[in-house]
Design a protein around this ligand. Structure first.
Ligand SMILES: N[C@@H](CCC(=O)N[C@@H](CS)C(=O)NCC(=O)O)C(=O)O
Length: 318
């Protein structure tokens, strides 16, 4: 991580622990918003107006949080006006690196080698982890936002008529329901798998694993009678759930020890996953090779770096 703008130590996945040995995720530090007229969003400073070609998105295809933003960029038609860089899948000594691994890209914008260079460019005294996703402003040459939940929302409505209106991922009449779903699904499932994987005590692992499978059971029942989480409309709640489900059998079941059941063994969740994969644009954001290479490169969990041969995901066309 970075300490006062300097790369301080070998990359290590354990961010912080609570008193029970549970995994605690770092909070995001750059919270500005792109808005149609450049007015400040709910956090951060103003001046980031929606303009074609002005913004650049940095992602890792292994990363569920970054993938949320990649899906929203595509569904909102913003792939035409927001350029993209993809880091290599394996976490290395200084974290995320740009390079020529298949499916990754160079940093065509700032020509950085490491993701952390972007953070110190934006803030020479930055202390913290150089995470993806990152939304970058080419005009002021700075980091706009590194919180995927914010970026997902600003891709939905911050670009006004520059974005496609085919999907409204956060429609007014569903906002309360979406917020309630996110508040349950994020801690128990999206972050729950990480809490299971990075637990350092049996108790914190068991609590996390129990949360994961309790949540999957609740969702399995909910999806018995619904096409998407809120009914007939695809919303951000589906995007946020999808990115975890699609990684489940490939990474979380094995590496993170979430192995009470496989995702493909839940009939409703399995059909839901296929339905989302069939939404034009979503499948192209999924790269199972990056997901497996990336997760299994975490040395603290897999010291020899061996990437498993399975599972067979051809049932999903992946
Ligand atoms: N709150 C952030 C979390 C992002 C995050 O934790 N990204 C991980 C990859 S999945 C990362 O970049 N980790 C690098 C590190 O911890 O050094 C968000 O949702 O945008």
């Amino acid at each position: 991580m970075l300490v006062d703008g300097k790369w301080a130590a070998e990359w290590h996945p354990l961010q912080a622990k609570d008193e029970k040995g549970g995994f605690v995720r770092q909070t995001s530090s750059f919270r500005h918003w792109v808005t149609p007229d450049g007015a400040p969003g709910i956090t951060g400073a103003g001046g980031f107006a929606a303009e074609p070609g002005r913004y650049h998105l940095y992602v890792a295809l292994i990363c569920p949080w970054a993938s949320r933003t990649l899906i929203a960029r595509r569904l909102k038609g913003l792939d035409k006006i927001i350029s993209l860089s993809v880091v290599e899948p394996r976490l290395q000594s200084e974290g995320w690196r740009f390079g020529d691994y298949p499916g990754a890209t160079e940093d065509s914008l700032r020509h950085a080698t490491w993701m952390h260079e972007l953070y110190t460019h934006a803030d020479p005294h930055f202390t913290g982890r150089a995470t993806v996703p990152v939304l970058w402003d080419k005009k002021t040459d700075t980091l706009v936002n590194n919180e995927s939940a914010d970026i997902l929302r600003m891709f939905n409505s911050g670009f006004g008529d520059l974005a496609s209106h085919q999907y409204d991922l956060y429609p007014a009449h569903l906002q309360e329901e979406i917020d309630a779903l996110n508040a349950e699904i994020y801690p128990r499932l999206n972050n729950g798998v990480y809490r299971a994987g990075f637990a350092t005590t049996q108790l914190s692992y068991e609590e996390a694993s129990n949360d994961v499978f309790t949540m999957l059971n609740v969702l399995e029942q909910r999806l018995a009678s619904r096409q998407f989480l809120c009914g007939g409309l695809l919303t951000e709640a589906d995007i946020r759930l999808f990115v975890t489900l699609i990684r489940f059998d490939a990474a979380y079941h094995g590496l993170f020890k979430c192995n009470q059941r496989k995702l493909s063994e839940y009939p409703n969740l399995d059909s839901y996953l296929r339905r989302l994969l069939d939404v034009p644009g979503i499948r192209e954001t999924v790269n199972i090779d990056h997901i497996k290479q990336g997760y299994y490169s975490i040395k603290a969990l897999n010291p020899n770096g061996i990437v498993p041969a399975g599972p067979d995901l051809s049932i999903y066309g992946l």
